[in-house]
Design a protein. Structure first.
Length: 529
């Protein structure tokens, strides 16, 4: 080979490498982005034909120390600065467990690179069985790749009792970059008294959010136990310094209720608080008292989709179903699922959102004016469809037209976002059932690229009883042959969940030709053999 040919070959190699790296996707937050779409639009390798072939399947299983209630996060080309692999660069998948251990795992080989532990978790808080035997890291961390920082809230049992701390960890070493911040807050109730955050009674379940220079977290309760002293909070801190924001969002500021039952929790089955481009936050609240008589925004905003300002001072907008009283009385939380913000749509209502709860109704909402409360109905919403009971969270994707993938009951359904002659959701297809012996609903992700069809990924809740396996499913996002059934591309065991008393809210993560599923004491990695 002469010098000219060598230069050409080198240029081609550099171009090839650059092209490949362009599509190395980082997953640094819950459901891929702050809209919580769950959509990876850059997956070139895992096409429908590849996933349905015998080449696709389980390639590694990594042993972990406890149940995982968080979603894995993925960072390509991370340089490690601690441990036996210090100085090496790896594509890393980060997994946080309820034992307060954070694993850095090679994203292709499954080799554990780092696994620091951050203290004793809290065993069975308030004897609530709606989680594993331990509660440690319960909400999915968030990564700021620019500053090489992972933000995570860790729940530890110490001499004085349970305590939450917000940590800022260096990505390369998983060591604290500064002293962690103890989670604390207070708020004035309607009678002028001060109500203080108490870590003994508050559960940090939703995924963390990084938006407009701040870190946010939501809090609910343990099994609705001690509802006299537990309320729904949204708290924020300045990224970098961990300085708490001056204000917080307390969703129930009433000083008395008919049955001393407050809450209006933010739990959303682990779904993350969403944020739009302007930094406004969106979340869904759960139940308050069982009388169904205390709904009174802004003092008590139960069973509602809520939009608040980035500084947590202003309640921008709210939607509450007209039958809020019956939802309360039946413990039919609207807040059992999160709210997905759709990408901007063409037409008269470009800024949309979708959210569903226990009673299986998914509402399509206008983010500019969520709909308020209409006693007696009808609700002032853009659209309404029935999807099945939803301890779940929706996904969004586009192939030139927007689509919502719902996951209520035991089926995935795909809905086209129609913009004319009116804005509405049109059913396109439904998957076969995925089984599971826990509460209805589950979590999905979507992968696609510019040239191939989209795939909807889902993880079932466990079979009940033993062996309580969970399964990974892949469905075509479009029905074939003019029918209405989403074909199954793949189905395989992806771990187990022996704690059948607490829902497995597992989110499959698709990145860079692999699928990651974290369950009980296990991370499974799927890909092409």
């Amino acid at each position: 080979m002469n010098r000219k040919q060598s230069i050409v070959m080198l240029a081609l190699a550099v171009a090839f490498a650059t092209g490949c790296r362009k599509h190395h996707r980082a997953v640094t937050t819950y459901h891929y982005d702050n809209l919580r779409t769950g959509w990876n639009s850059e997956e070139e390798t895992l096409t429908p034909s590849a996933v349905s072939s015998p080449r696709f399947g389980l390639i590694h299983s990594v042993t972990l120390d406890d149940q995982v209630d968080t979603q894995p996060l993925v960072v390509p080309d991370e340089k490690l600065t601690s441990g036996p692999y210090s100085g090496q660069q790896h594509d890393v998948v980060y997994v946080a467990t309820e034992h307060n251990t954070i694993y850095a795992i090679d994203a292709s080989s499954g080799v554990v690179l780092l696994s620091p532990n951050f203290g004793s978790p809290v065993p069975l808080p308030l004897n609530c069985g709606n989680n594993g035997p331990d509660v440690g890291i319960d909400g999915t961390p968030v990564i700021d790749r620019e500053s090489q920082t992972m933000y995570v809230i860790i729940y530890t049992l110490e001499a004085g009792g349970p305590i939450y701390r917000l940590h800022a960890l260096d990505l390369g070493s998983l060591k604290d970059k500064m002293p962690p911040m103890v989670v604390a807050a207070s708020h004035t109730l309607s009678n002028g008294s001060t109500f203080k955050f108490d870590a003994r009674f508050q559960r940090q379940r939703p995924a963390l959010l990084a938006s407009h220079g701040n870190i946010y977290a939501g809090f609910g309760s343990f099994c609705d136990f001690r509802a006299d002293v537990s309320r729904g909070w949204v708290l924020g801190w300045q990224a970098g310094s961990l300085t708490p924001l001056a204000a917080n969002q307390l969703n129930d500021t009433q000083s008395a209720s008919p049955d001393t039952f407050f809450l209006s929790s933010v739990w959303m089955s682990g779904y993350g608080i969403s944020a739009d481009a302007e930094g406004d936050l969106y979340f869904v609240t759960g139940n308050s008292d069982y009388s169904g008589t205390t709904y009174s925004p802004p003092a008590d905003v139960q069973e509602s989709v809520v939009k608040v300002s980035p500084d947590l001072v202003h309640l921008r907008s709210i939607f509450t179903p007209f039958d809020v009283k019956s939802l309360e009385q039946a413990d039919n939380d609207y807040g059992s699922g999160g709210v997905v913000l759709l990408a901007l749509q063409p037409g008269p209502k470009p800024r949309l959102a979708a959210a569903a709860g226990k009673n299986g109704r998914m509402y399509l909402l206008n983010r500019d004016s969520l709909g308020g409360f209409t006693p007696g109905g009808p609700d002032n919403v853009v659209g309404l469809v029935n999807i099945g009971g939803c301890w779940c969270g929706q996904s969004y994707f586009s192939d030139g037209t927007g689509h919502v993938a719902s996951s209520g009951g035991a089926n995935v359904s795909v809905w086209r976002v129609a913009m004319s002659p009116s804005v509405t959701l049109i059913h396109e297809g439904t998957s076969p059932g995925i089984g599971g012996g826990q509460d209805p609903g589950f979590f999905t992700s979507v992968s696609s690229d510019d040239a191939k069809g989209a795939i909807i990924w889902a993880v079932s809740r466990p079979d009940n009883p033993s062996p309580a396996n969970v399964s990974l499913f892949a469905f075509s996002a479009k029905p074939s042959g003019g029918g209405s059934t989403l074909s199954t591309l793949f189905h395989g065991t992806a771990g187990a969940w022996p704690n059948t008393g607490g829902n497995a809210n597992i989110v499959p993560v698709v990145a860079n030709s692999h699928v990651y599923v974290a369950s009980n004491k296990q991370l499974t990695i799927f890909g092409l053999h």
